[in-house]
Write a protein that binds this ligand. Structure first.
Ligand code: ADP
Ligand code: MG
Length: 222
């Protein structure tokens, strides 16, 4: 299988005044294209730090992070942003939809930053929302949608440009268990359609959905 995520001896330290917090302490793993992986560990173990590195939102203090074959420490901010927008789709616990925009506008927005032409933006966004069973909610505002619908709109936004990697941080954390199950099954479908799916979670039920677990504890693989 072809490598899509590669971490080798990764450390990430945060400076806090006089102190240094070591969030990741020598982490190494590989994720191949097409895998469905869950990065699991308790609160404070370093999951979000790990996700930010995989998501090209941050760089390691030391060690190697390679995403889509590219060493992210060698890329400037612009190249990193380009890699991120081409390769990755993000899903967060709190949806992070823009409250003053409709579901359709929310899904179209990142496509604009990716330079997709307007009519195609609309077509891709409608296609993604329809795939997430929100074809009849295109013009609803986030506050007019349920939690599960908001998360499905956020997933539509992540998948609209058909990125190679979908990265989700506690995507069911704000949902009731039944809605959470529905959302998880959507990630399975997205994976079955070819995307690499990486879910970061402390919830064993979420982890059980993945095909492989990467366990992390106190900044190290467990
Ligand atoms: N920006 C930051 N500044 C300082 N410490 C941080 C920062 N982000 C995370 N940490 C610390 O790094 C450790 C790992 O955090 P995090 O990656 O958020 O863990 P998780 O997502 O598993 O809860 C924790 O001890 C946390 O307090
Ligand atoms: Mg976290």
């Amino acid at each position: 299988m072809k490598e899509i995520v590669y971490l080798k001896d990764v450390r990430r330290e945060y400076r806090m005044g006089q102190n240094t917090v070591t969030a990741l302490d020598g982490v190494s793993f590989t994720i191949d294209e097409g895998e469905f992986v869950s990065i699991m560990g308790p609160s404070g173990s370093g999951k979000t730090t790990c996700m930010n590195l995989i998501g090209c939102l941050d760089r390691p203090t030391s060690g190697l992070v390679r995403i889509g074959g590219q060493d992210i420490s060698r890329l400037n901010d612009k190249a990193l942003a380009a890699l991120r927008s081409r390769t990755l789709g993000f899903v967060f616990q709190q949806y992070h939809l823009i409250p003053s925009m409709t579901a359709l506008e929310n899904v179209m927005l990142p496509l604009r930053y990716q330079g997709v032409e307007k009519s195609l933006r609309r077509e891709l966004a409608v296609e993604a929302l329809t795939r997430l069973s929100l074809g009849d909610r295109l013009h609803h505002m986030p506050h007019e949608l349920s939690g599960g619908q908001n998360q499905r709109a956020a997933i539509a936004r992540a998948v609209a440009s058909k990125p190679r990697i979908i990265l989700a941080d506690e995507p069911t954390g704000a949902l009731d268990s039944q809605t959470g199950k529905t959302v998880l099954s959507i990630f399975s479908e997205i994976n079955a359609s070819g995307a690499t799916v990486i879910i970061v979670t402390h919830d064993p039920l979420v982890g059980a959905q993945a095909h492989r677990l990467i366990k992390i504890l106190d900044g190290r693989l467990a």
